[in-house]
Design a protein around this ligand. Structure first.
Ligand code: B12
Length: 212
């Protein structure tokens, strides 16, 4: 049985107590932190994401798994600062201007964090100027935008225009999502990627950055 099996199962079952005690046990044993992250936390969250995308798991279960993973990440976070572990890329995320829906966006954040991305979550009602400024500040790889209202979707196009005006469109990939958004809309506005749910968002983000 793999050293990470108990942790993997705890994340999938969303058993926070076992997940955190297993993470601590592995850290105390001086198991490589990168391996704890990759094999013990990211791998089961990948599985949870895939099950969610296939409709085999529902929002509350996914939220609980993501919460378990986040608690374990808190134990691992001090090691990030020492530079011993590599994260996948920097994502600036928010819900577009005029839109206050954030449940789906928060799920995307949790899954992205679980996958090892560094996230700057701007929250809701975010203007194109703020998206662009933050992307510059953190040297983002991806701007990810969420919209739940058909009336606020144009904010996504505005942000792409603002990125062009700021001269950084070629440096930052743009990913969009939210119930009224579609692949077709992504193509229309020149976004790099669209994903229909939080599990697929991780796969799409890795794809546009060319990482596995
Ligand atoms: C909860 C909710 C609210 C809550 C929001 C609370 C919160 N903190 O988010 C409150 C009560 C505040 C609210 C307010 C309003 N709402 Co509302 N709301 C909803 C509701 C019921 C659920 C949305 C939700 O959370 N779904 C669950 C999540 C998990 O799904 P999701 O958001 O789609 O996210 C998934 C994917 O889309 C994707 N995804 C999401 N974001 C992103 C981003 C990226 C980058 C990627 C890759 C993927 C991705 O991944 C997520 C996880 O899998 C929907 C109806 C519905 N069934 O969708 C209406 C709905 C979205 N609301 C609607 C409306 C009209 C309003 C109001 C205008 C109502 C009013 N008259 O006051 C206001 C607007 C307020 C504002 N300015 O934003 C309409 C929108 C119609 C439209 N297409 O324009 C809907 C569809 C209801 C309806 N049938 O009329 N709402």
């Amino acid at each position: 049985m793999s050293e990470f099996q108990a942790l993997v199962e705890a994340i999938i079952k969303a058993d926070i107590k076992t997940a955190t005690s297993e993470t601590q046990r592995l850290l105390d044993k001086k198991v490589d932190v990168q391996e704890v992250l990759d094999k013990g936390l990211i791998a089961p969250m990948d599985e949870v994401g895939q099950k969610f995308s296939k409709g085999q798991l529902f929002v509350p279960q996914m939220l609980r798994s993501a919460k378990s993973m986040q608690e374990c990440m808190n134990l691992i976070k001090p090691f990030f600062k020492e530079g011993n572990i590599s994260l996948k890329g920097k994502i600036v995320i928010g819900t577009v201007k005029g839109d206050l829906h954030d449940i789906g966006k928060n799920l995307v954040v949790m899954m992205m964090e679980g996958a090892g991305f560094t996230i700057s979550d701007l929250g809701v009602d975010i203007s194109s100027e703020i998206f662009v400024q933050k992307a510059k500040d953190v040297d983002a790889d991806i701007i990810a935008m969420s919209a739940l209202l058909s009336t606020t979707m144009p904010g996504m196009r505005d942000t792409i225009e603002a990125l062009k005006n700021a001269g950084i469109r070629d440096k930052v990939k743009v990913m969009i999502g939210g119930a009224p958004v579609s692949e077709n809309y992504a193509q229309q506005i020149g976004a790099d990627s669209y994903a229909p749910d939080a599990g697929s968002a991780v796969i799409a983000a890795k794809k546009i950055l060319g990482i596995s």
